[in-house]
Design a protein around this ligand. Structure first.
Ligand code: NAD
Ligand code: LMR
Length: 326
């Protein structure tokens, strides 16, 4: 039996947490032979609800769940963890401006970044799910100077999965047959889902669809506004699909994507005209516990415009919290 891996989940008593924890404990994220110790972080007022979730986890008698730690202290939550899923974040409340939301989350992710810096395993893999995910991931990365910036990522896998299923519906082909899809930029309605390179059974998707108006007026708005459409329909933001995307993201990062392109928000290396350090969604392939950016893709005028738009939004978000870093 392998030694257990410590996995931290923040916002563990929330709705994404409720869809996520049971799947991690059953081995869907790190493999069916990998025991885990769950480190569950939530606010003091959520500890009673968190105890309830832990009772249910116990009642599943998962063979791979070696232990659990519940806490409201990030320094305890991140001790020796190899994987950290930062889900808990401050939601926008009535009357709150976007700037206030960034500020409130800035405070949370500075503290959590520092706690990761001080206590996590040196090769910890961090995924930020809590919104605004890219900027929160950037804040955590900047607050952890002793960790490799490459270990901090933001979740765009939900956008990637949403784009896959829209293309499957349009072409009538199975989701699993679609390769080489990319989503660029911010996890927000400005993100740019790009099927120019995508193939199905080796055939170009762009030629199969052959409809730029559908791309611009249907596909991009549908994928970009999917989160809002779910909130409108459910009265709550996406949870099971978000948890599923988080599982996909970490599983592929740790176990490999088998040559497939997947989308991750990662710190830019300056390629594709994205300034270095910006936490930006790009296509990657994962192998041996590392992600590698897909390089050398041609960026046409329409794509450049879309990629710059989502970049401008990220730079605006970053400017709003820049004062946190002196
Ligand atoms: P939720 O309100 O149901 O749960 C959030 C939990 O986080 C709560 O239990 C809360 O007490 C906890 N929390 C808040 N601040 C915390 C802190 N500082 N430390 C630890 N825990 C804290 O929300 P949810 O539906 O689970 O969503 C969580 C976040 O994920 C939201 O920001 C949401 O917008 C975001 N989200 C992101 C994506 C994505 O694709 N990146 C998709 C869906 C949702
Ligand atoms: C989603 O894409 O479903 C969420 O990020 C929406 C939200 O604002 O929580």
């Amino acid at each position: 039996m392998k030694a257990p891996v410590r996995v931290a989940v923040t916002g563990a008593a929330g709705q994404i947490g409720y869809s996520l924890l049971f799947r991690i404990a059953s081995g869907e994220m790190l493999g069916k032979d990998q025991p885990v110790i769950l480190h569950l972080l939530d606010l003091p007022q959520a500890q009673t609800a968190l105890k309830g979730v832990m009772m249910e986890l116990q009642d599943c008698a998962f063979p791979l769940l070696a232990d659990m730690v519940a806490t409201d202290d990030p320094n305890v939550a991140f001790k020796d963890v190899k994987v950290a899923l930062l889900v808990g974040a401050r939601p926008r409340s009535k009357g709150m401006e976007r700037k206030d939301l960034l500020e409130a989350n800035g405070a949370i992710f500075t503290v959590q970044g520092k706690a990761l810096n001080d206590h996590a395993a040196r090769d910890v893999k961090v995924l930020v799910v809590g919104n605004p995910a890219n900027t929160n991931a950037w804040i955590a990365m900047k607050s952890a100077p002793d960790l490799d910036p490459k270990n901090f990522t933001a979740m765009l896998r939900l956008d990637h999965n949403r784009a896959l299923s829209q293309i499957a519906a349009k072409t009538g082909k199975p989701v699993a047959s679609i390769e080489k899809l990319a989503v660029w930029g911010n996890h927000s309605p400005t993100m740019y889902a790009d099927y120019r390179f995508a193939t199905i059974d080796g055939q170009p998707v762009k030629a199969m669809i052959n409809d730029d108006v559908w791309n611009r007026d249907v596909f991009l708005p549908t994928v970009g506004k999917r989160g809002a459409a779910i909130i409108e329909a459910r009265g709550l933001s996406s949870a099971a699909s978000a948890a599923n995307a988080a599982i996909d993201h970490i599983r592929d990062w740790v176990l490999g994507s088998n040559g497939k392109w997947v989308t991750m928000g990662i710190p830019s290396d300056g390629s594709y005209g994205i300034p270095e350090g910006v936490m930006y969604g790009v296509p990657v392939v994962c192998e041996n516990g590392e992600y590698k950016r897909v390089e050398g893709l041609e960026i046409d005028a329409f794509s450049r415009e879309r990629m710059d738009l989502t970049l401008a939004e990220l730079e605006e978000e970053r400017a709003a919290i820049a004062h946190l870093f002196g």
